[in-house]
Design a protein around this ligand. Structure first.
Ligand code: DAT
Ligand code: MG
Length: 206
């Protein structure tokens, strides 16, 4: 058995229909075991270490801001190496535009690196990431109880289309305004946290 780190990123944690869908998948424990899932707002230093291999990429400052902006849901799973590989397959490719149709990221990701869920990509990275995060947050705490469904509407595909316009500089203001309206329908975040969510999501498409 191998360990892996799982994180509902801010979009996966706070867009309620997405959180419910991720929970239905992860909580099924189909061929893995979930050992704990807890709310935690990671400090910059932890995210910079976690994504150290991306330090030189142009999107790194955005990535750090995105991952530290709001509390996320973080936990540890154990699975066979083959099952972990199948989980990564079900999750889909990193960039939403390239994510396999039917994968979780294709179904719920808004675009670019706004891709809902982190999952360690191998037994080696799993061990490293679980080791690193355990120094900050207990990964074996009793799991939070999440809702398996949401009465909020899922606006993923509209958001993705608008993010495309926003990124292309087409109707930028209107696209941003409409994205804000749709995100408001999806989440119950309070006003300040909601503004933060909008900011970090739009930030991916500048
Ligand atoms: P994954 O999350 O699929 O394991 P990764 O480990 O290569 O992908 O990268 C970590 C995160 O960094 C990824 O989830 C989103 C962001 N990212 C990576 N490559 C990117 C890119 N080309 N454009 C935007 N964001 C990117
Ligand atoms: Mg990775």
């Amino acid at each position: 058995m191998t360990d892996a780190l799982v994180i509902f990123k801010p979009d996966g944690a706070h867009r309620l229909p997405v959180r419910a869908a991720l929970w239905r998948w992860l909580g099924s424990q189909r061929e893995w075991k979930l050992h704990g899932l807890t709310w935690y707002r990671p400090p910059v230093e932890l995210i910079e270490r976690h994504y150290d291999f991306l330090r030189d990429r142009p999107f790194f400052p955005w990535l750090v801001e995105f991952m530290t902006a709001l509390p996320v849901l973080v936990g540890r799973i154990s699975a066979s190496p083959a099952a972990l590989e199948r989980m990564r397959h079900e999750l889909g490719e990193t960039r939403i535009g390239e994510a396999r149709p039917g994968s979780l990221r294709e179904r719920y990701g808004i675009g670019g690196g706004v891709n809902i869920l982190h999952l360690s990509d191998s037994p080696e990275s799993g061990a490293t990431e679980v080791g690193l995060w355990s120094r900050y947050v207990p990964l074996d705490a009793a799991s939070v109880q999440l809702e398996a469904s949401s009465d909020r509407p899922d606006r993923t595909y509209q958001l993705r289309s608008l993010a495309g316009q926003y990124a292309a500089g087409v109707h930028t203001e209107l696209a941003a305004q409409e994205m804000r309206r749709l995100l408001r329908e999806e989440t119950d975040l309070g006003e300040d946290d909601f503004e933060t969510l909008v900011r970090v999501i739009l930030g991916a498409f500048r």
